[in-house]
Design a binder for this molecule. Structure first.
Ligand code: MN
Length: 323
């Protein structure tokens, strides 16, 4: 493992770099990418920012988010990965990354997931509530001024990955990084408005319709929400529009496990799990070949809806213990 000053020295010596972010990018991945890309611009290091997919529209308020490319066209000296615990998290771009690594490009990994496999030549991994906190330290070591672009990007990652400063791993570091971003001009009101206080009518209707049909099982300890393809198509919505449904159902008092089932196609459902803590949903997802964390996990389940619900209900029951 390397230190932040060592990573800063490697970056300072570069003439060009491609910054890789993980598939289905969240606010932290996007924030890290935008902030680091801006810093490299300031340092005069030619760079490109890549993601295998589309950047969700709700993050396009960020100045710098328009820089994302699907594929690098720059034959850069270095490949830098942010917020990605292993190469496979890069999705389609994993092949590109490995090809570059094999050709001897300088590879750098800056991440906050403790499961990180240290897959680069230079690795900095520190478990923090967001990787934007690590990037903030790196930019400080690089002597890059915290301008508005950098600060809005960092604040976006800090707010989203810390669950608005609510997760168990939020500590002084989180607030110190947030304070630096705020001092540098991060627009907290604008960011939180864009992220949490606006949505399309179609998305709102999907939300209301889905929650109105929430199913309670196992003495109200299990809640299951179902999002059909028909409902998504009706509103011209995508998978990212279902975000938050599973968290909402968990707020109901007796519910210990919440599941959101999203129909991928006929006979195939993507299940997202949330737990209040008494039930390990990582183990439940593993029953179906998925995984994740104790409190949040996911998997694919195949079969007709009622059959899928029965199997999930049984799997949750078997992992409930004396809850
Ligand atoms: Mn993250």
């Amino acid at each position: 493992m390397n230190t932040i000053p060592e990573i800063a020295e490697v970056i300072r010596s570069l003439k060009s770099a491609v910054i890789f972010t993980h598939m289905r990018p969240d606010g932290d991945a996007i924030g890290c990418g935008v902030a680091l890309s801006r810093a490299l611009d300031v340092l005069g290091i030619k760079n490109q920012l890549v993601n295998e997919g589309e950047i969700p529209a709700k993050f396009l308020y960020l100045s710098g988010a328009e820089k994302f490319l699907r594929f690098p066209t720059l034959d850069a000296e270095a490949y830098i990965c942010v917020d990605s615990s292993d190469e496979r998290r890069l999705g389609e771009l994993c092949k590109t990354f490995l090809k570059g690594a094999n050709k001897g490009k300088v590879t750098v990994n800056i991440d906050h997931h403790i499961s990180n496999t240290r897959y680069c030549k230079y690795n900095f991994v520190q478990g923090r509530s967001s990787n934007c906190e690590n990037i903030a330290d790196l930019l400080e070591a690089l002597g890059v001024p915290f301008d508005e672009i950098i600060c809005n990007a960092l604040m976006t990652g800090i707010i989203t990955d810390s669950g608005s400063f609510s997760h168990s791993d939020v500590n002084g570091d989180t607030f110190r990084a947030a304070a630096k971003a705020a001092d540098g001009g991060a627009q907290v009101d604008k960011i939180t408005n864009e992220l949490f206080r606006r949505q399309s009518k179609a998305r709102s209707e999907l939300y209301i319709g889905t929650l109105a049909r929430l199913r309670y099982l196992l003495d109200d300890k299990l809640a299951i929400a179902v999002v059909t393809q028909a409902a998504l198509e009706k509103g011209n919505l995508s998978q990212s529009d279902t975000e938050g449904i599973v968290d909402y159902a968990l707020t109901v008092d007796p519910v210990e496990v919440s599941i959101c089932l999203m129909e991928v196609k006929k006979g195939q459902y993507k299940a997202s799990f949330r737990s209040k803590g008494k039930v390990n949903v990582n183990e439940i997802a593993a029953v179906f070949g998925g995984g994740g964390h104790i409190l949040a996990s996911g998997c694919m389940v195949f079969g007709d809806l009622e059959e899928v619900i029965d199997r999930l209900r049984y799997a949750v029951l078997s992992h409930m213990g004396d809850v």
